[in-house]
Design a protein around this ligand. Structure first.
Ligand code: PLP
Length: 373
């Protein structure tokens, strides 16, 4: 028998894919048929648990799984929920908001963009004014945690104003769902998207959509795509519990285990607690070395942090290589107006891992003679 070559995994301080637990990885070591009763009941169990995690069991919401990465879920919602005579208001204050706008444009839909600087929090009253000025807008889209900067956007305040105007509200909660409390009902969210490999700590392979039942019932003939047709995907899962096209069976088995581990940790609150501890440990350590964050304290979330390059001429490539040699992975920045790198606090990582990261950064700073003021 051919042997798998040996390896040692690096710890991922990234926005996903993330470091996962061994038990999540072990749950994948099976071959299950996609029409097998055990697989079908696992999918149903996951759909029920997602509604529980979202706090909307038996409240008129549905959970739908969609093959592909997170962006496939976003494109599914945008391409499946816009009426022919409708259009979008997209709120943008970072790269992921920009991606929503790009999808809307590519689908040739009508749109308005409400744009802010990347270090600015969207203002709910601006959204209300934009909607009142453009009555043709039917759908509003926003990112919850802008993973480029780490900012949490005020989705509840905005959702209330959107709901009052009877517009469809879509939230990209990719990097927050499962670890940041979200009141889906109160925020008047019609569609929320997240994916398997973010705060629930599964492996990549699919995204999921939590959708308001009454809103779903209105979109039957709206889809502009076959594979991303949200309504058809939902009806397929409802009819026989199966996907219309090959599902990522292994990734779904891993996800079921990841949900069990999330529940054991105390659900959304428990996971938030660990990530906040990671975040606070990180900030304290980085600031004491002299690193500066991109966002001021009051605008920062606890999922991921953008740090400014410490000096002009800072060699990021050498820095990540030096950290990589110490089995640590961090990510480049995604802010347009400042040189930054990003460190994520999510995944199967604990305070002790963050201390290891800080020690590695300290060592790399010395090796590379980086000057910190
Ligand atoms: C990760 C992420 C996505 C999805 O990215 P994929 O690479 O398609 O999985 C979308 N929006 C936000 C805010 C994210 O953090």
């Amino acid at each position: 028998m051919t042997k798998i070559p040996g390896w040692k995994d690096k710890i991922l301080f990234t926005p996903g894919p993330l470091t996962t637990s061994n038990t999540v990885k072990q749950a994948m070591l099976r071959d299950l048929g996609s029409r097998d009763i055990e697989f079908i009941s696992t999918v149903q169990w996951i759909r029920d648990k997602l509604l529980e995690l979202g706090g909307v069991s038996n409240k008129g919401y549905e959970a739908i799984l969609m093959q592909g990465s997170g962006t496939f879920g976003i494109e599914s919602v945008i391409s499946s929920t816009t009426p022919d005579d409708g259009g979008w208001l997209v709120i943008v204050n970072g790269a992921y908001g920009h991606r929503l706008a790009q999808i809307v444009k590519t689908l040739n839909l009508q749109y308005e963009i409400l744009k802010y600087a990347e270090d600015q929090v969207p203002v709910p009253q601006d959204v209300a004014e934009a909607l009142d000025k453009n009555p043709d807008i039917s759908n509003v889209g926003i990112v919850h945690c802008e993973t480029s900067t780490g900012m949490f956007n005020p989705i509840e305040e905005i959702g209330v104003l959107v709901g009052k105007r009877r517009k469809v509200f879509f939230v990209d909660a990719m990097s927050s769902f499962g670890a940041v409390p979200i009141d889906i009902e109160k925020s008047k969210i019609d569609y929320l998207v997240s994916s398997a490999n973010k705060c629930i700590e599964g492996v990549p392979g699919f995204s999921f959509i939590i959708a308001n039942y009454n809103s779903l019932e209105k979109i039957k003939s709206f889809s502009r795509s076959i594979v991303l047709d949200l309504y058809a995907q939902w009806k397929g899962l409802e009819k026989n519990g199966q996907f219309r096209f090959t599902p990522p069976t292994h990734s779904i088995l891993a996800f079921a285990q990841a949900i069990r581990e999330l529940i054991e940790e105390g659900g959304v609150e428990g996971r938030a607690g660990r990530y906040i501890e990671n975040y606070e440990t990180l900030i304290r350590g980085m600031e004491s070395m002299g690193f500066k964050t991109y966002l001021p304290k009051e605008a920062r979330g606890y999922i991921i942090t953008s740090f400014r390059y410490p000096e002009s001429g800072f060699d990021f490539t050498a820095f990540i290589k030096s950290l990589g040699d110490k089995d640590i992975v961090i990510y480049p920045g995604k802010v347009s107006n400042a040189d930054c790198f990003r460190i994520g606090n999510i995944g199967r990582i604990f305070k002790a891992d963050v201390h290891n990261l800080l020690n590695a950064i300290k060592a790399s700073v010395e090796e590379l003679n980086i000057s910190l003021s």
